[in-house]
Write a protein that binds this ligand. Structure first.
Ligand code: CP
Length: 328
């Protein structure tokens, strides 16, 4: 990889801190690795502030996005990130590809490898699919969301956005409200936020709480659970609303959307229980009027658009770091 003198970064060399050839989740990221991503992101934001927002750091590299599910933000921001770094970017939407003719995931990945992919960014409805994919390709695999399991780059941009406003995350109260059970964003944020020292509170109906949160078979870091939204929001520094993932829910988990809105919508009255300078986040897509009131989504505390903007810089940082990381 070209080291890209055009990128003003004082970040340490990837090999000193970074251990990953793939980005599959952030459950195995250290605090130093996350800080390294953020330090590199700041350098990328400086690039994006220039009149010409491009550097040739990844010239000659090829990134392919492979999406088996719909996406707006993740796919576009990876493609923009790759182009901003001078890489070639191509995209494949599985429903419009030979997958529709029965081609398997393994054959599709072999094809992408044969076409010269250096980095594949994949979204897949099956939890764990990106892990299997790594066994069949040399290219770096970036998980752009797998089933209910993980969405690591989303969590990194969410945490980066909080850090930009609040500084050190240690001791901050971050509340995640919504359909936690079906949310890969929530799982990755729980890992990343707790690694950075935040105190995470989950708030949702009992039927939308994931398993594996407590006891001897705990699969997620220690979090607080509060089913009452007013109590959950008391003194919060940041609150993240999540969409009801109706496409993943089996029936019977909620009496009705109307009741959900009454009990769990993030509205102005409820937000007043948080600190006056609390941030409002949402990974998108937003269903305004359901999980979040329009006045809150577009209100002065909302950083939803900043999350999207930061997504490009965070993904530029990740691609830059991955391109310089040793193969394992
Ligand atoms: N947050 C997120 O993953 O959005 P998209 O589905 O639009 O990529």
């Amino acid at each position: 990889m070209r080291t890209g003198q055009q990128i003003k970064t004082v970040a340490p060399k990837p090999t000193e801190i970074w251990r990953h050839h793939h980005i599959l989740d952030i459950d195995d990221f250290s605090r130093e690795e996350i800080e390294f991503v953020f330090q590199t992101t700041r350098a990328m934001k400086e690039v994006l502030s220039r009149p010409i927002k491009r550097v040739p750091a990844l010239r000659g590299k090829t990134l392919i996005t492979l999406f088996y599910e719909p996406s707006t933000r993740t796919r576009l921001s990876f493609e923009l990130a790759a182009k901003n770094l001078g890489a070639d970017a191509a995209s494949l939407s599985a429903p419009a590809s030979s997958v529709a003719k029965g081609e398997s995931l393994v054959d599709t990945l072999s094809t992408l490898q044969a076409l010269g992919a250096d980095i594949v960014v994949m979204r897949h409805p099956q939890s764990g699919a990106p892990y299997i994919a790594t066994k069949y390709m040399e290219a770096s695999m970036v998980n752009a969301g797998d089933g209910w399991h993980a969405h690591p780059t989303q969590a990194l941009l969410d945490i980066y956005t909080i850090q930009e406003h609040k500084g050190d995350l240690k001791g901050l109260k971050v509340v995640i409200v919504g359909d936690i059970m079906h949310s890969r964003v929530a799982r990755s944020n729980i890992w990343g936020l707790t690694t950075m020292g935040a105190e995470v509170t989950l708030c949702c109906p009992p039927t939308l709480l994931p398993t594996g949160l407590g006891g001897q078979h705990r699969q997620l870091p220690q979090v607080s659970i509060e089913h009452d939204i007013e109590r959950a929001l008391d003194g919060a520094d940041a609150v993240m609303a999540l969409r009801l993932q109706l496409e993943r829910q089996r029936s019977g988990l909620l009496p009705s959307t109307r009741e959900y809105i009454q009990l769990y919508q993030l509205n102005q009255t409820r937000l007043a229980r948080a600190k006056p300078d609390a941030l409002v986040l949402h990974p998108g897509p937003v269903n305004e009027g359901v999980e979040i009131a329009s006045a809150v989504a577009h209100g002065p505390q909302s950083v939803i658009n900043e999350q999207v903007t930061n997504g490009v810089a965070v993904r530029m940082a990740l691609l830059y770091i991955l391109a310089g990381s040793p193969k394992q």
